[in-house]
Write a protein that binds this ligand. Structure first.
Ligand code: C5P
Length: 232
């Protein structure tokens, strides 16, 4: 899969999501479906968006015992999405089980990536709440190496970490990076941000962009701008 802009469709229901996607004539965005939409609208929304010809990143961040994750993944594989994810904190064994569950009888499967550390977790929470007494960037790199060891295709990480992940895990190991904002845009609650142009320069494979597109006055123009800056 080549590089692309993934639009985070963080909407509460199918109607709003489909009305939003209806605005895009021509280039069909690669769509991210997260927990809110999936739990609200169910698997039918995945099938409908697929039917409309979009590529899909199903962002459900699985994290459970290996057997449960394997079985859940074997359900998700039949939804025919392009990209799914797990938490690397679930262990190498859990990530291996996820891969097994995701692989179809003919050997094909969606790409599988791991969340390293959520960007909402800071150094203090890592130490106080999770009991991990190491610098957060080292923990992120450790999880990226675990994901690589388990045979996964890449990680979700901050754009600021993408270069280091490629150095440690190889250029072909995918970096999928949220936290993207236009140079003249509002960062909102994202603390560590990069523009699409900068994300391109540091070698992100996929940028995940939500509100700069979904909340724009003209979402289609904002999407095209993002594509121009990141892929152009
Ligand atoms: O609106 P915004 O561009 O901030 O949306 C970013 C998307 O990426 C959201 O769907 C958010 O849940 C997701 N995400 C993130 N940071 C992570 C993992 C996922 O912002 N570490």
């Amino acid at each position: 899969m080549g590089k692309d802009v993934i639009v985070a469709c963080d909407f509460p229901n199918a109607e709003t999501t489909l009305a939003f996607l209806d605005r895009f004539q021509g280039r069909k965005p690669f769509v991210k479906i997260g927990m809110e939409l999936f739990y609200g609208a169910g698997p039918d929304i995945v099938r409908e968006i697929r039917k409309r010809g979009h590529r899909i990143f199903l962002d459900l961040k699985l994290h459970d015992i290996p057997n449960t994750v394997k079985k859940a993944m074997s359900v998700l594989r039949d939804l025919d999405v392009d990209l799914v994810n797990v938490h690397a904190a679930g262990t190498v064994r859990m990530m291996e089980a996820a891969l097994e569950g995701l692989t179809r009888p003919d050997g094909t499967r969606p790409l599988l990536i791991a969340v390293t550390q959520l960007t909402s977790t800071d150094q203090e929470a890592l130490e106080q709440d999770l009991g991990v007494e190491r610098p957060i960037d080292q923990v992120v790199m450790h999880y990226a190496r675990c994901a690589k060891k388990a045979g996964l295709d890449g990680v979700v990480c901050s754009p600021l970490e993408a270069e280091k992940v490629h150095t440690a895990c190889g250029a072909e190991f995918l970096t999928v990076t949220p936290g993207v904002r236009f140079a003249d845009g509002d960062a909102g609650d994202q603390k560590r941000v990069m523009t699409p142009t900068e994300a391109k320069k540091i070698g992100s494979d996929y940028i995940v962009v939500g509100r700069p597109i979904t909340a724009a006055d003209d979402p289609v123009a904002a999407y095209r701008r993002c594509v121009r800056e990141f892929l152009g």
